[in-house]
Design a protein around this ligand. Structure first.
Ligand SMILES: O=C(O)CCC(=O)C(=O)O
Length: 287
């Protein structure tokens, strides 16, 4: 794989081939978007939240790990952006929003939720094959993209995500049971003849995958932690469809401004990561 360079102004305009590749395969792996300095600020903020230090005074929406957990446990924290401005800036970063908007052809991209994931060296769990949107049936259409920011290098030994290329074309294949995202076995992919692609990345690269793409990951067999901040985003015409409970659904009700059934997601729970109209405003002002 070619060594990615850290551009001073990273490229966010995708080529026709990259967009076609996403349509065909269900994922796009971008070159480095975040500099080492940015990564270090983000990683420090994520670890502070993991250690229950909340710069804003607000806890994350869900904690799947506590500092008392065994050293081999996966750290998983949802909506840490509420607890630290550095994380909020990263998960609503315009670079990510702009790329996601091109992939799903949206005029605006909102955050659905974030996840801080640390899969410890020589540890962690298997993440079984799944499609993200199966957990998100309260989003009425699958115009979602998962944007996985590598906060450290990801190697073939450290339990990279595995993508089943093209599997998003199969539609929704699986049903979610609450909490079922880890298991003891990484069972064979549910469709034969499709390519399994390990998402090996340098720190600062970001992978983008479609909400219907089947993916999973193995344990971390390396001697370094696999660390990422994941921002799950959606096109801003996605609407709220009650039925399957989700942590974001409960959380949005803490704010006066939230969607009713059938209305597009809005309000402080779902901040914008990119909007075509504000990008145009910037351009008009020469910013
Ligand atoms: O990081 C992993 O191993 C799995 C993450 C995942 O399933 C996702 O971000 O959609």
């Amino acid at each position: 794989m070619p060594t990615p360079t850290i551009a001073s102004a990273p490229r966010t305009v995708l080529t026709r081939d990259e967009i076609d590749g996403f349509d065909r395969d269900g994922f796009h792996i971008h070159e480095v978007l975040f500099s080492p300095d940015e990564l270090s600020v983000i990683a420090d903020a994520c670890e502070r939240v993991a250690q229950r230090q909340y710069a804003t005074g607000t806890p994350p929406d869900a904690r799947g790990w506590e500092p008392e957990a065994p050293p081999q446990a996966v750290c998983k924290i949802d909506n840490a952006w509420k607890s630290d401005p550095a994380i909020a800036a990263a998960v609503t970063d315009e670079r990510i929003g702009h790329i996601a908007a091109q992939l799903v052809r949206a005029n605006g991209i909102r955050l659905w939720h974030d996840q801080y994931l640390r899969k410890p060296a020589a540890g962690g769990k298997i993440v079984t094959w799944h499609q993200d949107w199966m957990f998100w049936q309260c989003i009425d259409r699958c115009r979602t993209v998962t944007c996985w920011i590598a906060l450290a290098d990801v190697t073939s030994e450290s339990g990279p995500m595995l993508f089943l290329a093209g599997s998003h074309h199969l539609g929704l294949q699986m049903q979610a049971k609450p909490g079922d995202w880890t298991g003891e076995h990484l069972s064979p992919p549910p469709a034969d003849g499709q390519r399994v692609v390990p998402v090996v990345m340098r720190a600062g690269q970001v992978s983008f995958h479609h909400g219907l793409l089947m993916h999973g990951s193995d344990r971390n067999h390396s001697d370094t932690d696999r660390v990422s901040l994941v921002t799950h985003v959606m096109a801003d015409d996605c609407a709220y469809r009650p039925g399957m409970p989700h942590v974001c659904e409960q959380a949005m009700r803490r704010y006066d401004d939230h969607p009713a059934a059938g209305e597009p997601f809005r309000g402080p729970q779902f901040p914008y990561a990119w909007r075509e109209d504000s990008a145009l405003d910037h351009a008009a002002r020469g910013a």
